[in-house]
Design a protein around this ligand. Structure first.
Ligand SMILES: C[S@@+](CC[C@H](N)C(=O)[O-])C[C@H]1O[C@@H](n2cnc3c(N)ncnc32)[C@H](O)[C@@H]1O
Length: 231
């Protein structure tokens, strides 16, 4: 688990430093760019989380927060890095359409409970395999029974930033990334199979569905959280 903790720390640092370039890197040059680029996925995400009180994990610079805010009953967007969170807050319109709070996805310390929806984009792939079950359990602990969960992430692609240069002892794929200012980081970027993803959800959620948009290089998994047993 030592290696995994180091990866978590490197990941936090990398994205904190990348905040000024994040949107450009993702191809989201303005508020409309993501919606144009990923329109079919936007429609699905909106529909799945419509009318729900949504907890967003690792919101980054808020590109998906603005999508969620349109149809959800409420959105609390969280990220461990203040640098990304402040950019998200400035981006999402109208101001006040979502709330923003710093939180580590692995503990969600300080987060209230009772959410009826959860969302994270490009987060699952960055979670070291040994930490995924704990992350899911912690997230589900903040959700009501029957809450809908949506994870969106990337399919493998031929790109230097997505191509691992090594695997660690537990099999995580590690990519080397260089920022425009020359700083170099090791970042975990896993590309789990459909089977891996559904297996991670088994026993934690119900009615899981997996979708792929190959032309857009994305996968999505959605399920509802099982209600805790009455005692
Ligand atoms: C690939 S970016 C995705 C951002 C955004 N969801 C998007 O789709 O553009 C990953 C995000 O995870 C955040 N992050 C890194 N470590 C984290 C942690 N331990 N807890 C919460 N967020 C974290 C980074 O600050 C970054 O904003």
């Amino acid at each position: 688990m030592g290696d995994a903790r180091k990866l978590v720390e490197d990941m936090r640092e990398y994205y904190g430093a990348r905040a000024p370039w994040h949107d450009c890197y993702m191809g989201y040059t303005d508020n409309a760019a993501l919606e144009e680029l990923l329109a079919p996925i936007v429609a699905v995400v909106e529909e799945l989380l419509s009318g729900r009180d949504v907890l967003e994990v690792a919101c980054g610079t808020g590109n998906w927060t603005q999508v969620l805010a349109r149809r959800a009953a409420s959105v609390l967007a969280t990220d461990v890095n203040e640098t990304t969170l402040r950019r998200a807050e400035a981006k999402v319109r109208p101001a006040g359409a979502a709330r923003f709070q710093a939180a580590d996805a692995y503990t969600l310390e300080g987060m209230p409970g009772g959410f009826t929806g959860a969302f994270a984009s490009d987060w699952w792939s960055h979670v070291p395999g040994s930490l995924l079950p704990g992350f899911l359990d912690s997230l589900h602990g903040r959700l009501e029974g029957g809450a809908r969960v949506v994870f969106l992430d990337m399919l493998p692609r031929d790109h230097p930033d997505l191509t691992p240069y090594r695997h660690d002892g537990e099999g995580n794929a590690i990519c080397r990334r260089t920022l425009p200012d020359g700083r170099v980081f090791d970042v975990v970027k896993n590309f789990p199979s459909r089977g891996d993803i559904l297996e991670s959800v088994t026993g934690r959620g119900e009615s899981a569905e997996y979708h792929e948009w190959r032309e857009l290089g994305r996968w999505l998994v959605t399920y509802t959280v099982s209600a805790p047993p009455r005692g």
